[in-house]
Write a protein that binds this ligand. Structure first.
Ligand code: 5AD
Length: 357
């Protein structure tokens, strides 16, 4: 007997498990009532596992140079209109000092794949940060590097690493990336990070060009098996100076549905409500936070840098997205029953450094 979507959603919620066929149905057919049901269940799981706290991470976008040419990204090397900048160690340390004063206990160092930031640049920086702020976690998001580089940065004190797999379908991967980038190399990098002992974050864009519901189901099932400590999910947003400029943005509603599904599948995972979602509408960010998301990553880069780190059109980096305005954010979130938690916010996922793909 073919079950109704409603009974399928109930079964998923009670079993915390779903097969591929059912998942594709849920993704492609869910209406606002089903979304509401899953969002409510996911919100309750988040409350049970993590309480009402929302962890905040201070995000420093320290270089807009990138050697890669990802078709979707405004920082791709072929974009001659991109404004490029690099922050010095002193500038990065200053950002962290200000953020630490505000209460941040996680610094995320994110940038394009920029050869300027060699291990010999990063190791003293990471060591200095750990020495100055021993109560703080350091998250790196620097793309693909050799395993021994990941290991050296880990040994210097880095705790976590964010590297989205982008799509687990190799032919879809090839439509989003130039031929020198491969899914196999991306998955190998994720495996290496786990083996070294990082708390690893992975994820993908919702509504990227040529993506199908089957792709999304496979991405979700890959993540379930990979058991990351964190999952970054945000809608695709076109950038005006990329070949994908005329593609539509991903759906914020579908993004929230996927966040809820992931919370139900992986109750203990860390799930940010991403800047891309907030860029489309802050109401969808708020919806994500009551539907299973439990992390925000306010921007703590110098103001001049924020405008230049343009990975998609109209990316927000001030107001509630600015690390200097935590009070504003706290005030906004209160009516939703969310409080800002400035603790380190380690993942509750067990074995997040085992079970590599
Ligand atoms: N829209 C949304 N997200 C994007 N990213 C890059 N370009 C875009 C875009 N146009 C995401 C990718 C990447 C992360 C740094 O930002 O998923 O992993």
């Amino acid at each position: 007997m073919i079950s109704t979507l409603d009974s399928l959603a109930d079964k998923f919620i009670s079993e915390s498990a779903i097969d591929r066929v059912a998942l594709i149905r849920l993704l492609s057919e869910a209406d606002s009532i089903i979304l509401q049901k899953l969002a409510k269940a996911a919100g309750e799981i988040k409350l049970r596992e993590y309480g009402s706290g929302i962890f905040v991470r201070g995000l420093i976008e320290f270089t807009s140079y990138c050697k890669n040419d990802c078709i979707y990204c405004g920082l791709r090397r072929s974009n001659t209109k991109a404004e490029r900048y690099r922050l010095s160690s002193e500038e990065i340390l200053k950002c962290c000092e200000l953020a630490h004063e505000k209460g941040f206990k996680t610094f995320v160092l994110q940038g394009g794949e920029d050869g300027f930031y060699s291990d010999s640049f990063l190791i003293p920086l990471i060591s200095a940060l750990k020495e100055k702020y021993p109560d703080t976690a350091i998250t790196l998001s620097l793309g693909e590097r050799p395993k021994d580089s990941y290991k050296r940065l880990f040994d210097a004190g880095a705790d976590r690493y964010l590297l989205r797999h982008e799509t687990i379908d190799s032919s879809h991967y090839a439509k989003l990336h130039p031929s020198e980038m491969t899914l196999a190399s991306r998955v190998k990098a994720l495996q290496n990070l786990k083996e070294i002992g990082y708390q690893v974050g992975t994820g993908f864009m919702v509504g990227s060009p040529y993506q199908t519901f089957e792709n999304l189901a496979d991405d979700i099932l890959f993540i379930k098996d990979f058991k990351p400590a964190m999952i970054g999910i945000g809608p695709f947003i076109p950038h005006k100076d990329t070949p994908f400029k005329d593609f539509p943005s991903g759906s914020p509603e579908l993004t929230v549905l996927i966040i809820a599904i992931l919370r139900i599948l992986l109750p203990k995972v860390l799930l940010p409500a991403t800047t891309a979602l907030n860029t489309l509408a802050s109401s969808w960010r708020d919806k994500a936070l009551i539907s299973g998301a439990n992390v925000l990553m306010p921007n703590i880069s110098p103001f001049e840098a924020r405008k230049k780190y343009s990975i998609y059109n109209d990316k927000v980096a001030t107001g509630e997205e600015g690390g200097e305005n935590l009070e504003l954010l706290a005030k906004h979130l209160k009516p939703f029953g969310c409080v800002i938690d400035t603790g380190r916010g380690d993942s509750l996922m067990e074995n997040y450094n085992q079970g590599a793909p």
